[in-house]
Design a protein around this ligand. Structure first.
Ligand code: FES
Length: 107
């Protein structure tokens, strides 16, 4: 199983990098939560927005993979940004994510 690096900017604007193996049964939210960041209140059902992040522009394809349920939840957030926002519980781990930068957004 290959591994990827994920860069995280927390709510205090501090940067962290985690390395994780690519387990396709896990979401990006799972690994960020397991690294100690507070999120995942709805268990990854796109219902709580506790995992709302802005994704770096270098990963545009990831930004274009939202389901209707995710779009509906993002539409309800005051700080949602169509060009950057994702609920990262809806992003399965993949090698494509290597080097992604996530900014965790307080809702
Ligand atoms: S964990 Fe609830 S929306 Fe992602």
């Amino acid at each position: 199983m290959s591994s990827i690096k994920v860069n995280i900017i927390d709510v205090n604007d501090e940067e962290h990098t985690i390395t994780t193996s690519v387990n396709t049964e896990l979401s990006l939210m799972d690994v960020v939560k397991n690294a100690g960041f507070s999120m995942g209140n709805c268990g990854g059902m796109a219902l709580c927005a506790s995992c709302h992040c802005y994704i770096s522009n270098s990963h545009n394809t990831i930004l274009n993979q939202k389901t209707d349920e995710e779009e509906d939840m993002l539409d309800q957030l005051h700080n949602s940004n169509l060009e950057k926002s994702r609920l990262i519980c809806q992003i399965p781990l993949s090698e494509e994510l290597n080097g992604v930068t996530l900014k965790i957004i307080k809702n």
